[in-house]
Design a protein around this ligand. Structure first.
Ligand SMILES: NC(=O)c1ccc[n+]([C@@H]2O[C@H](COP(=O)([O-])OP(=O)(O)OC[C@H]3O[C@@H](n4cnc5c(N)ncnc54)[C@H](OP(=O)(O)O)[C@@H]3O)[C@@H](O)[C@H]2O)c1
Length: 272
């Protein structure tokens, strides 16, 4: 009899490969949702992993799933990407353990259900987590990616280009991440470093309840997504992870400055 985690581990183990043999992949937000799924997919492809998050128990869960999948024990770094000292520790610990960095996946992020409002707190919180944190970490990782001719995958959102007035700061932060990635792609291309974004539509992760939505409202939202998305399916975290590992791999060696929309067609509009 399997529990959910062992089923996921088994699913990942079935497709084990060697695409990321000897590659060091640093994943932020690896304690949950899309980041955790990316970590497991990279493990399936034999990557050496550095996993970042704030919740040590959830990080340990992801790490032990990765270890079961490929036999390699990931490095866990409990860190807050909004804290500059933590950013330095992420880099130092990863280099101490592996000596290099080949891929950075910036998945850590938060959501906030807020339109324009005089209270600047929600705006600051979203921007610190979704934009300033990834920006700071990226600037510190870049010299090491130039050495390895590595690449960056930033987890953006379909909402980077589709305005949603109930999530103004979130949409702004993701639009900025898209432009950040394009500017970097242009600057770092001649140095052999690729930079891309993966832009999911709504994915079933704790992101919504963490931002204050009621469980019943989340369920109702996903029922609407499923019936209105052109493909009539909900995008899952594993669907996003599949595209992230592809973009980060040598198979995409000519791809930079691109945004991959993984959204069951939703950014095209509702297909009723
Ligand atoms: N779910 C969706 O529908 C959806 C759609 C489009 C884009 N995205 C994007 O996908 C990314 C991942 O979201 P998710 O859906 O996987 O959400 P999630 O399950 O809530 O995971 C968010 C992750 O980010 C980490 N995190 C947040 N703030 C952090 C900080 N200051 N320092 C370190 N880690 C931090 C959390 O770590 P701890 O829990 O350990 O603190 C957690 O691992 C986000 O950038 C989100 O904007 C999600």
């Amino acid at each position: 009899m399997y529990n959910v985690t062992s089923l996921i581990v088994r699913q990942h183990s079935l497709g084990a490969g060697t695409m990321f043999n000897n590659k060091v992949v640093l994943v932020t937000g690896a304690s949950s949702g899309i980041g955790a799924s990316c970590a497991m997919k990279f493990a399936e492809l034999n990557a050496s992993l550095s996993l970042i998050g704030r919740n040590v128990n959830k990080l340990n869960e992801t790490a032990s799933s990765c270890e079961q999948i490929c036999g390699l024990k990931p490095l866990i770094i409990v860190a807050d990407i909004t804290n500059i000292d933590d950013i330095d520790r992420i880099i130092n610990n990863t280099l101490n353990k592996y000596g290099k960095i080949d891929v950075l996946v910036n998945s850590a992020g938060v959501s906030s259900l807020a339109g324009i409002q005089p209270d600047i707190e929600a705006f600051d919180y979203v921007m610190a987590s979704n934009l300033r944190g990834p920006y700071l970490l990226t600037t510190k990782v870049i010299p090491h990616l130039i050495e390895t001719r590595g690449n960056i995958v930033n987890i953006s959102s379909m909402l980077s280009f589709k305005p949603l007035p109930a999530m103004t700061a979130y949409c702004m932060s993701k639009a900025a991440i898209d432009m950040f990635s394009k500017c970097l792609a242009l600057e770092l291309g001649p140095k052999g470093v690729r930079v891309n974004t993966v832009n999911p539509g709504p994915v079933r992760t704790p992101l919504f309840t963490t931002s204050g939505m009621k469980e019943s409202d989340v369920k109702a939202m996903f029922r609407i997504v499923e019936s209105n998305a052109p493909l009539r399916i909900v995008t899952e975290a594993t669907d996003v992870a599949n595209i992230v590992t592809f973009v980060a791999s040598e198979s995409a060696r000519c791809v930079t400055g691109c945004s991959y929309f993984v959204d069951s067609g939703l950014s095209l509009g509702d297909a009723k």
